[in-house]
Design a binder for this molecule. Structure first.
Ligand code: FPP
Length: 248
């Protein structure tokens, strides 16, 4: 298992959990079987983040584009999400995890939304770990939504566009108040960002592994963290400048 430096953990890890279907196909099972095993990894990785002390975890659970899948698969995903929210609430509460939603509420089936709202409300006082579920989420849609809200606030005189900054714009996103992801993990070897956290990933480190999501266990997560810690984050500066800041 890779050793990680507990003093230099990412503050926010975001994951594109890909490869459930391929994993199931390799085992000659249906796609639902893969998604079901994917939920088990969600549970494992959440516990691991709590143990390590990573304060913010974002999971891409259902994208705007996922609606295009066969309706039977879409139904499976909603059922799994609902079951996850219901079965995990006690543990989320006990471990003081605060659940939030990134995405649009419109179109989410009412029974799932009811469960989701309940969990969000029940966990809203916690701050040990922020668990953000990106559901019915798209990065471009999020930016457009922010622009619309911003224009409304500008027209009503609530904000002055002359003073608009990155920080102020960020407040109009679903991730308002959260740090941008330091590390974005994508499983199953695809080199795409798939409309995920487009604004927030400006300076994220990206880690892509061929491992399929249902095979992404503790060892694989620790490897991602170790790789993150081995990288030099320059934020546009030169390597020398970054070293000066570190030692100075
Ligand atoms: C991608 O695999 C995975 C998804 C579209 C859904 C991710 C959802 C889960 C892991 C389960 C529900 C989540 C929570 C938070 C309880 P894929 O189907 O695209 O795999 P493939 O590319 O191999 O076909």
């Amino acid at each position: 298992m890779h050793q990680v430096d507990s003093n230099r953990l990412p503050r926010h890890v975001a994951i594109i959990m890909d490869g459930n279907g391929r994993w199931a196909r390799q085992k000659l099972r249906n796609r639902a079987f893969g998604h079901n095993e994917g939920v088990n990894r969600v549970r494992d990785i959440l516990r691991l983040c709590l143990d390590l002390g990573i304060p913010c975890l974002t999971l891409y659970a259902f994208s705007k584009e996922n609606w295009q899948r066969p309706s039977s698969e879409v139904r499976v995903l909603w059922r799994l999400l609902k079951r996850f929210l219901r079965s995990e609430l006690a543990e989320l509460t006990e471990k003081e995890v605060r659940v939030s939603h990134l995405g649009d509420v419109e179109d989410i089936p009412v029974d799932v939304l009811r469960e989701f709202r309940y969990v969000i409300e029940q966990t809203s006082k916690f701050d040990k770990l922020f668990l953000n579920l990106a559901i019915n989420y798209g990065g471009r849609q999020e930016i457009l939504r922010a622009v619309k809200l911003l224009v409304q606030d500008s027209l009503s005189g609530k904000i002055d566009l002359a003073g608009l900054s990155n920080d102020i714009f960020s407040q109009y996103l679903f991730t308002n108040g959260l740090p941008d992801p330091d590390l974005i993990i994508r499983t199953s070897g695809e080199y795409r960002v798939s409309n995920f956290l487009l604004w927030q990933m400006a300076y994220s480190e990206i880690y892509i592994t061929n491992v399929l999501w249902p095979d992404f266990h503790e060892a694989q997560f620790m490897e991602a963290i170790a790789e993150f810690q081995s990288r030099e984050r320059r934020f546009g500066k030169t390597g020398d400048q970054v070293h000066c800041i570190k030692s100075g």
